[in-house]
Ligand binder design. Structure first.
Ligand SMILES: Nc1ncnc2c1ncn2[C@@H]1O[C@H](COP(=O)(O)OP(=O)(O)OP(=O)(O)O)[C@@H](O)[C@H]1O
Ligand SMILES: [Mg+2]
Length: 259
């Protein structure tokens, strides 16, 4: 199952991907975490120190066929060669980032992630988490087009919700099967109510909610993964419940469809 996580800048995408990846691995899933941000930082949130040694997916891996970008080598081979081990057995893959000023656009790097997701397929035994960048450009480039679920992270303020609505409307033009909102940084019940009301008004599915937590900020400040810094934090519990339900929902849907 491939889950992409998007939303406005600073909404909590990387925190969610990093923590959920390790939680799903602890639940026994084979997990691949992809940093799909050209300003990469998933490695730090997940607990991979040797960032310099974590290789980027080379853009030479992509072949642009009629059905969109695909890999030129078997996906398991690409995974073996271009991932680094992260805590709890997660495998971390990183999209390329600019190496020099004025080098031009990052289309090829996005195409590599798109190809990688396509070739991973919707293998029931693997949970893939894709941490996207804040710009909605990943939707115009089709970076996450092979995701099974697109989660849009919303903070309880208008501009964050408007960003989610824009991305949801673009995602509706793709073949991504499920687009759902996750409310984050809810300090008080009215924060959640505001997001719920917005989702109702605009026909958006609200899949779950995460509270505001000082421990998340402390973990960032200490450069430690949330799961190591505060394993009992309510955000961790809420993510466990949310991702368990997403993955279980997918398994039920597959069984019903006989695939
Ligand atoms: N539930 C939460 N409670 C408090 N702070 C949070 C919560 N979730 C995330 N944060 C904080 O919000 C900030 C942004 O988080 P994060 O880097 O995960 O967001 P992002 O959406 O990936 O950002 P970017 O758009 O830059 O990639 C960080 O300081 C993080 O600690
Ligand atoms: Mg991020």
């Amino acid at each position: 199952m491939r889950i992409a996580v998007a939303g406005k800048g600073g909404a909590g995408k990387t925190t969610i991907c990093a923590t959920a990846a390790r939680l799903m691995a602890r639940s026994g899933h084979r997990v691949v975490a992809i940093d799909g941000d050209t300003n990469p930082n998933l490695h730090a949130a997940i607990g991979v120190d040797a960032a310099a040694e974590a290789p980027f997916l080379p853009t030479s891996l992509v072949s642009r066929r009629f059905d969109g970008p695909r890999l030129t080598a078997p996906v398991d081979e690409v995974l073996d060669r271009h991932s680094v081990p992260a805590p709890d057995g997660v495998r971390l893959v990183r999209m390329g980032m600019p190496q020099h000023a004025d080098e031009g656009c990052m289309c090829s790097a996005h195409a590599t992630v798109s190809a990688f997701l396509a070739d991973l397929g919707d293998d029931a035994g693997t949970v893939t988490l894709l941490d996207l960048e804040a710009s909605p450009e990943h939707l115009s480039r089709g970076t996450a087009r092979h995701s099974d679920v697109l989660l849009l992270v919303a903070e309880p303020y208008y501009r964050s919700l408007e960003a989610v609505r824009l991305q949801a409307s673009l995602a509706a033009e793709t073949s991504i099967g499920r687009v759902a909102v996750v409310a984050n940084k809810c300090r008080q019940p009215p924060d959640f109510d505001a997001i719920e009301e917005y989702c109702d008004r605009h026909g958006l599915e609200l899949a779950g909610a995460l509270p505001w937590s000082e421990a998340v900020l402390e973990a960032d400040g200490a450069s430690r993964p949330l799961l190591d810094h505060a394993p009992g934090d309510p955000v961790v519990g809420a993510l466990d419940t949310l991702f368990d339900a997403l993955v279980a929902g997918s398994a039920v849907a597959r069984a019903e469809a006989g695939v």
